[in-house]
Design a protein around this ligand. Structure first.
Ligand code: NAP
Ligand code: MG
Length: 500
């Protein structure tokens, strides 16, 4: 096949005013952590980016104390309308600094700049705009009149969408009137620290948002801290399970957004060209480091060969390489650890009898890379059909009838997302109805909108993020005392309950 040659089109890093080292963001200031600092690197080159502070238990306590003070003294006393103004301001600053954030995200995470520029950062702004609009309308969120904030939220996020996961966590928490201590992932702290700078620029009152960098220990100390009222975690099912155990029996509220192994179901009447693009987007977007990735392709037997051939042809045109190059489709794998896991599971796939095909592409010498890969002849019992690989690896399975498609799709401990490709609206509705997955896309995949709730069933976790539902995770119904107060004038004068 002949390819068009593209000249390199790297985005400049000159826009970044990187510091040599970054502190923790506590009580509105950058402070040094007491733990041993660590380096964050670019996974595309393995070059060091900056030195990052490491928060130990005492630092976490300082951050929780700052969040509590801010909650008691400012944030819980502020009107929803004023909280909304801060959120609007943050959203606008994210837009103003969009290019800087996109470059930093691609540098630190390894994702292609066209994704951080066109997907991650615009969604971050959209999330803050959306929840800014809710801040003064909480009475209308369907949670009863006068719902209350929970207090201090401990938030722990993964490395695959560092800034977007931060937005999913911080925007609803602040809109609902909570204060926050957030821990980014060890390998991708950079954009959270630039975001802290944005918070200073926005004049957000000190302590309303605190950011503690570190590794798993820092996250564990935060989740366990007794000053925390709410835990919001996005990450692996294993850590989610440990957190659920750890906080069982406490008063802490919890939401867990965990892993997935989504079925992307293609019926024989599907628009094939669109379906091919949807399959590619479903599993190769963000190098497959996507919790809701369509990692199991269920294709109707009669079109299996055609779909696989076209998929291979399409994958052969994807451009793997420098994440900062605007032509890049597939960036770097986020860490050596993750690359090892992808390799290990792929090798298991071969050992279990599936056939592996990888797109022909040149792998750069330094950094962590994995070529887009398809497995055919995959058995439902195979590890690559059951375990989350979290990389650019697609397992192809077949089915003959809609009932078989549904049975195979649901045959997983996860239940985060699914996709359906067919020409028939009635089939979309019938199949969607039977799938045990939190999000189901029809004739599209990996679409996100702040107004749309997102979250899973079974081992994919519990609670929802996004939309009105995402507010419920950060609010409690008014207490008996509040309700009595709200009801009293109503009984006498038949006016509505008090507004915030
Ligand atoms: P992970 O190991 O569970 O880490 C997630 C976060 O938890 C990181 O900040 C991590 O810190 C921290 N952490 C590790 N051990 C902890 C502990 N004992 N207590 C508290 N925090 C702890 O997950 P990952 O491998 O980085 O991320 C990939 C996983 O996230 C995948 O399974 C993916 O499906 C899931 N994910 C789910 C969603 C969703 O919305 N459902 C979205 C994105 C990703 P360090 O990074 O510093 O170790
Ligand atoms: Mg990790």
């Amino acid at each position: 096949m002949n390819f068009l040659e593209y000249a390199p089109a790297p985005e400049s890093t000159a826009i970044l005013n990187l510091r040599e080292q970054y502190g923790l963001f506590i009580d509105g200031e950058f402070v040094d952590g007491r733990g041993e600092p660590f380096q964050t690197i670019s996974p595309a080159t393995e070059a060091r980016i900056a030195s990052i502070s490491n928060a130990n238990g005492a630092d976490v306590s300082d951050a929780v104390a700052a969040a509590r003070r801010a909650y008691d003294r400012t944030w819980s006393r502020m009107s929803g309308r004023d909280r909304g103004k801060y959120l609007f301001r943050i959203a606008r600053l994210v837009q103003e600094r969009a290019r800087e954030l996109a470059v930093a995200e691609s540098l630190d995470n390894g994702k292609p700049i066209k994704e951080s520029r066109d997907v991650d950062v615009p969604l971050v702004a959209a999330w803050f705009f959306y929840y800014a609009g809710w801040a003064d309308k909480l009475d209308h969120a369907g949670l009863g009149a006068n719902p209350r904030a929970l207090g201090v939220a401990a938030q722990v996020i993964p490395w695959n969408f560092p800034l977007l996961m931060l937005a999913w966590k911080i925007a609803p928490a602040l809109a609902a009137g909570n204060t926050v201590v957030l821990k980014p992932a060890e390998t991708t702290p950079l954009t959270a620290l630039i975001f802290a700078d944005i918070l200073q620029q926005a004049d957000l009152p000190p302590g309303v948002v605190n950011i503690v960098t570190g590794a798993g220990d820092t996250g564990a100390a935060l989740v366990a801290h007794e000053g925390v009222d709410k835990v919001a975690f996005t990450g692996s099912t294993a850590v989610g399970r440990a957190i659920a155990k750890q906080i069982a029996g406490t008063e802490k509220k919890v939401t867990l957004e965990l892993g997935g192994k989504a079925a992307n179901i293609v019926f024989d009447d599907a628009p094939i060209d669109q379906a091919i693009e949807g399959i590619v987007n479903g599993i190769f977007f963000n190098q497959g480091h996507v919790c809701c990735a369509g990692s199991r392709l269920l294709v109707q037997e009669s079109i299996h060969d055609e779909v696989v051939d076209r998929l291979k042809a399409r994958l052969s045109t994807l451009r793997l390489g420098d994440p900062l190059d605007k032509n890049t489709d597939i960036g770097a794998i986020n860490s050596r650890e993750q690359l090892d896991r992808i390799r290990e599971l792929s090798d298991i796939g071969v050992a279990e009898g599936a056939e592996r095909w990888s797109a022909p592409c040149e792998i750069p010498e330094n950094g962590f890379w994995y070529a887009p890969t398809i497995f055919t002849g995959v058995q439902t019992s195979s590890r690559i059909a059951r375990d989350e690989i979290f990389g650019p690896v697609l397992s192809v399975l077949t089915f003959r009838t809609p009932a078989e498609a549904v049975a195979k799709a649901n045959n997983t401990p996860y239940g985060l997302s699914a996709g359906i490709w067919t020409d028939k609206g009635s089939r979309i509705l019938a199949v969607a109805d039977q799938l045990r997955a939190g999000v189901i896309w029809a004739n599209t995949f990996n679409r996100f909108d702040p107004a749309s709730p997102f979250g899973g069933y079974k081992e994919s976790g519990y609670g929802r993020e996004g939309g009105r539902h995402g507010l419920a995770a950060y609010l409690a119904p008014a207490t008996g005392v509040d309700r009595a107060a709200a009801a009293a004038p109503k009984a006498k004068s038949a006016t509505k309950g008090s507004k915030r």
